[in-house]
Write a protein that binds this ligand. Structure first.
Ligand SMILES: NC(=O)c1ccc[n+]([C@@H]2O[C@H](COP(=O)([O-])OP(=O)(O)OC[C@H]3O[C@@H](n4cnc5c(N)ncnc54)[C@H](O)[C@@H]3O)[C@@H](O)[C@H]2O)c1
Length: 377
């Protein structure tokens, strides 16, 4: 006979609580408020239970708004609590250290892009993940787009043949985020648009192309708008409680890179926060059997177009792209990887190739010389 004080519903409640995943957020700013907290709150049996930020005013506001129990002004104290996973939403320069310390403290990590500032940091973060057995996932939401799903399936199925030429761009005309905050501080951000938005489209094309390592990189960067720069509106104003924007525009407003990859392919990547040109997010991958052009995804007149050949006839294909909720799917994937003990979609060699390319572009731009990459791993 079972314990008469225990009813079936109690048992189910107890089980639910035992299975409940507790998540802690480091950095209570724009991306945490608009995306990560709401997305984690939608996942069954997940609780956002703790949050850390150096800005007390914002911390209290966000904790009250989203009913988060525990608040910390020191992130080191958050990783010492009983949270199962930590989401890193702090300025770029802190990502690697906070990820490493969180995994060492036994937490799984979802880390915002650009994830790391250097290839050496990527190596370290993934080696700690291997040693501790804790999941490390890079937050690249475009991986969950309908475009990525369709194209990855086609490319892996051999329908593109060998991919040998790649062009990618993320261009804004007047869109400098958080002007004067950490975003435009060289030490805290690590770089400007290439690090901030270029990384999104770079990861997208490198993921599709199988992430060959860079061998030779020539980079350029400019800061032509530093005296006339205006704030581009991200993070949203209502998420900036207590932020101070007293700094200067120290990073580039435009960067580009020409990269020879170990596969023999060539990559051209460009990113701007400010510039006098068309705007948009664009990607082209050319293979020996087919190629694809992905123009601005928000422009319905310009759908994804595949350039192919069928029995000697040049053929354009407009694939039906399934709709997606990229940020929610990213969070769902992270939780599922923890629960089902699976490896996250963002593999070490992919993150490494992306970060090494950005690192190389900056180094080449700063030295005025091409960068030759060593690729041991
Ligand atoms: N995936 C995306 O589409 C996307 C979009 C925007 C931003 N991001 C990334 O998310 C991260 C945060 O960007 P954001 O737009 O939310 O910026 P934000 O400025 O709105 O938020 C950053 C927060 O981190 C806090 N902070 C600063 N130093 C800290 C520290 N040592 N410990 C804890 N918190 C600290 C700041 O006070 C601020 O509240 C960046 O790495 C950015 O690249 C990703």
């Amino acid at each position: 006979m079972g314990n008469p004080l225990f009813f079936k519903e109690d048992m189910e409640d107890l089980k639910k609580n035992m299975d409940k995943m507790k998540v802690g957020i480091i950095g209570a700013g724009g991306i945490a408020q608009t995306t990560h907290i709401p997305c984690f709150k939608k996942v069954e049996n997940v609780e956002v239970s703790a949050i850390a930020d150096i800005n007390k005013e914002k911390l209290q506001y966000v904790a009250e708004k989203f009913e988060i129990k525990y608040t910390f002004t020191e992130w080191e104290r958050l990783i010492d609590t009983d949270v199962d996973a930590v989401v890193i939403c702090s300025p770029n320069t802190f990502h690697a250290e906070q990820s490493i310390q969180a995994m060492k403290a036994g937490k799984h990590v979802l880390c915002e892009k650009p994830v790391c500032l250097t290839g050496a940091e990527v190596e370290k973060v993934f080696s700690i993940s291997e040693k501790t057995g804790k999941k490390f996932m890079a937050a690249f939401p475009r991986r969950f787009s309908g475009e990525a799903k369709v194209l990855k399936q086609m490319i892996e199925g051999g329908e593109f043949g060998e991919i040998y030429y790649i062009k990618a761009g993320f261009l804004r005309r007047r869109g400098i985020p958080g002007l004067g905050t950490w975003f435009t501080n060289k030490k805290l951000a690590g770089g400007g648009p290439m690090m901030d938005v270029g990384v999104h489209i770079l990861d997208f094309v490198m993921y599709l192309a199988g992430a060959p390592m860079p061998e030779l990189i020539i980079g350029s960067k400019y800061n032509k708008f530093k005296d006339s720069a205006t704030d581009g509106g991200w993070p949203p104003m209502d998420t900036r409680k207590g932020d101070k924007a007293s700094g200067k525009m120290e990073v580039e407003d435009l960067a580009s890179g020409f990269v020879k990859l170990a596969s023999g392919a060539t990559l051209f990547i460009e990113a701007s926060w400010a510039g006098n040109s068309e705007v948009g997010i664009k990607a082209t991958l050319m293979g020996t059997k087919a190629g694809v052009q992905m123009p601005d995804p928000v422009d319905p007149k310009n759908p994804v177009r595949i350039y192919s050949e069928n029995k000697g006839i040049l053929t354009d294909i407009l694939p039906a792209i399934p709709s997606s909720n990229t940020y929610q799917e990213e969070v769902n994937h992270f939780v599922e990887c923890i629960r089902k003990d699976r490896q996250p979609i963002t593999k070490k060699h992919e993150v490494l190739s992306v970060v090494k390319i950005i690192e190389g572009i900056y180094k080449s731009a700063e030295t005025g010389k091409p960068v030759l990459c060593k690729n041991e791993s």
